[in-house]
Design a protein around this ligand. Structure first.
Ligand code: AP5
Length: 213
């Protein structure tokens, strides 16, 4: 099963992608996680990406293509995957079509969440740098204060979660990523899901869309 999850920053793409990945035993491929990993390892790609991420801008396509091309060649992607954060503009969507060379996506989920909900979510988000799990301090806090339930690592607040950067990221989404909605509608692959409800309710709506095919 090949799935894309699309949506504004903070719409819950990472949260839902992890649940989908576990349910269907397919890898969760997050371009944001790949970029942050490259930054923390100090690779050349990571050095190029850092400034853009901290300003809330998209990293240049060529940098992202380098990472995604490599990741989508790995063996675990043979049986499918869920893409989170990629593609993010039309050029990236065309690049993905080229990488997949004829194999099409099964479903594109668009998580719809209003802007004021997004800003509130970011104020409470904490992320695990090691395993990528995300929490919200009020709604889904870890069992032990600021420590990841899954791997015991200390949780962090991402630098791009400050309100001014979040507003910029939302604007970038509207300008560059939203056109993908029309692109995937054209291929009748897009399913819009209300991402405002609680996590498991959103997940069950996604599952029912997946069942419909
Ligand atoms: P990326 O890491 O992809 O960030 P994003 O798309 O902005 O999305 P987020 O990860 O911030 O949010 P999310 O939708 O996954 O929500 P989450 O589940 O965490 O990208 C970061 C940066 O990298 C970009 O700005 C760009 O610079 C660069 N980049 C990445 N990919 C790129 C690409 N392809 N091209 C160019 N540049 C690229 O949830 C958010 C919070 O809400 C959490 O606290 C969570 O616990 C909580 N929450 C989730 N669901 C619910 C719910 N239903 N109810 C209540 N709370 C919820």
């Amino acid at each position: 099963m090949r799935i894309i999850i699309l949506g504004p920053p903070g719409s819950g793409k990472g949260t839902q992608a992890k649940l989908i990945s576990q349910r269907f035993s397919i890898p969760h491929i997050s371009s944001g996680d790949l970029l942050r990993d490259a930054i923390s390892k100090g690779t050349e790609l990571g050095k190029k990406a850092r400034d853009y991420i901290e300003k809330g801008l998209l990293v240049p396509d060529e940098v992202v293509f380098g990472l995604m091309d490599e990741r989508l060649k790995e063996r675990d992607t043979m049986g499918g995957f869920i893409l989170d954060g990629f593609p993010r503009n039309l050029r990236q969507a065309h690049h993905l079509e080229k990488i997949l060379s004829g194999k099409s996506m099964d479903l594109v989920i668009y998580l719809d969440v209003p802007e004021e909900v997004i800003v509130e979510r970011f104020s409470g988000r904490r992320s695990c740098k090691k395993c990528g799990r995300v929490y919200h301090l009020k709604r889904n806090p870890p069992a032990k204060d600021e420590i990841c339930d899954s791997c015991g690592e200390k949780l962090i607040k991402r630098r791009d979660d400050e309100e001014d950067v979040v507003r910029k990221r939302i604007q970038v989404f509207k300008d560059q990523t939203q056109p993908l909605i029309a692109h995937y509608k054209k291929y009748r692959k897009l399913k819009k899901v209300n991402g405002k409800g609680e996590v498991l309710k959103v997940f069950s709506e996604i599952l029912s869309e997946l069942e419909k095919g």
